[in-house]
Ligand binder design. Structure first.
Ligand code: SAJ
Length: 410
């Protein structure tokens, strides 16, 4: 069926859906992009974008101008349907699959024989088999015979989405072998990486495993930073030394783990099997506890000064992006601001305005600073003149000012 596919309907035009829709449009598919927000639909139809991602503005503009990408609020008939909607967590860390359910229901009336439905949203194991498949089967079509359903988790790194969406290897897992084959054939038309086929449940768990693996590894680095703080050891030096071992590769401690993925996905596993996943649950707690630890460190230092100026370097969730979603740096800046320890200034060069916080140019802020809290290792902070940091209290949570071991080699 994939050879004949020429019309694709992408439901959810966020960080994954919009890049995917525009890549497919530039590959020659007729793409209908669907989003429940009218504002998003209107923005895209003007050839503009509502999210930040390098290169996406030009790609969307050319896809819309060529007539190959059109956004609407309702699905339309197509050969392939993509579901790329959010899968957030509820307050008690359970997966909220209501957007997946809504999207599946919304596309069902438009299904016809030979269609392929692909769930790209990161999802708990069983979502494709137990939620998407039964809903789309209400179309009356027979699963595995004239309707194919598969999961193909997205694995792109924010900031590099356009390249990784095409170059990364992909995992596709259908609800049955024919669905897997149909999805693999379709991805082969626009993905340069290798496509690996499996079943839907394994594909779902593989994606979650990748992010849980990273979370556990970052938690180890963050735990080391707590240990080193107590023992008055330089954690950066310690990690660099340990990493000289040929089979050790410790990640970097930071102010916490942010973004939409790594801080969320391990909970999908833990929620499903809490009895056998204490390590993943603990890693989440270690990483979630890190912002609080940083705030307490700043508090201890600030309380010894009268009305200190506290400068936070960075607010984004990681280096060299403008994304503030679930950012531990932003959480710390807000907490310091509310703690009334002194005046809090934030330097976030990637963002113009920060709600409730004063965003100031680096040079101006550092001239006034008593305490400097390095939160995000943005490239441009690495060029800060050391003279500007003299006689300041420096709390470096992300190794921004660490001197690499290379400089101290015999
Ligand atoms: N972080 C550290 N120390 C490190 C590495 C990262 O503290 O050594 C922090 C970052 O500062 C950030 C958070 O972890 O706050 C997550 O950043 P990240 O760059 O590790 O990952 P994301 O969330 O931007 O993207 C991840 C990627 N997954 C993996 O690398 C396994 C990406 O490939 C996924 O597609 C994405 O999640 C997703 O959508 O699931």
């Amino acid at each position: 069926m994939a050879d004949k596919a020429n019309r694709v309907c992408v439901i959810g035009l966020g960080y994954i859906g919009l890049p995917t829709a525009s890549i497919l449009a530039t590959k020659g598919y007729d793409v209908i992009g669907v989003d429940v927000q009218r504002r998003v639909v209107d923005t895209i139809n003007r050839g503009e974008i509502h999210i930040e991602e390098p290169g996406l503005d030009l790609l969307v503009k050319s896809a819309v101008n060529s007539g190959k990408l059109k956004a609407t609020v309702e699905p339309e008939a197509a050969d392939v349907f993509f579901i790329s909607v959010p899968t957030p967590l509820t307050e008690d860390k359970a997966p909220d699959l209501s957007y997946v359910e809504d999207a599946s229901r919304a596309l069902t009336p438009f299904l016809k024989p030979g269609n392929l439905v692909i769930l790209e949203s990161t999802s708990p194991p069983g979502t494709t088999d137990d939620i998407v498949a039964p809903i789309v089967a209400e179309s009356g079509l027979t699963l595995g015979e004239d309707l194919f359903v598969a999961h193909a988790p997205e694995r792109v790194l924010p900031g590099h989405i356009l390249r990784e969406a095409v170059e990364n290897d992909r995992i596709v897992g259908g609800i049955d072998p024919r669905s897997t084959q149909a999805a693999a054939d379709f991805y082969a038309t626009f993905v340069g990486g290798t496509i690996f086929s499996t079943d839907a449940r394994t594909a779902e768990l593989a994606k979650l495993t990748e992010n849980a693996f990273r979370d556990v590894n970052i938690a180890f680095a963050n735990e080391l930073s707590l240990l080193c703080s107590q023992m008055e050891v330089n954690v950066w030096e310690l990690i660099e030394l340990a990493n000289r071992h040929p089979r050790v590769n410790i990640l970097r401690p930071g102010p916490g783990v942010g973004g939409h993925c790594i801080a969320v996905d391990p909970w999908f596993i833990v929620h499903r099997a809490p009895d056998v996943t204490p390590l993943m649950a603990t890693a989440r707690r270690v990483n979630d506890g890190k912002p609080h630890f940083v705030v307490e460190r700043v508090r201890q230092r600030a309380q010894r000064l009268i009305d200190p100026v506290i400068v936070c370097l960075g607010a984004a969730y990681k280096a060299d992006v403008d994304d503030l979603r679930e950012s531990p740096a932003l959480e710390i800046a807000h907490a310091l601001n509310q703690a009334n320890l002194g005046e809090v200034l934030v330097c976030e060069p990637f963002v113009r305005q920060l709600d409730g916080l004063e965003n100031v140019a680096v040079q101006d802020a550092l001239k006034r600073a008593d305490i400097v809290v390095a939160l995000v290792p943005h490239r441009q902070f690495k060029r800060i003149d050391p003279e500007l940091l003299k006689e300041k209290i420096l709390i470096d949570t992300c190794g921004l000012f660490n001197t690499p071991l290379e400089h101290r080699k015999f």
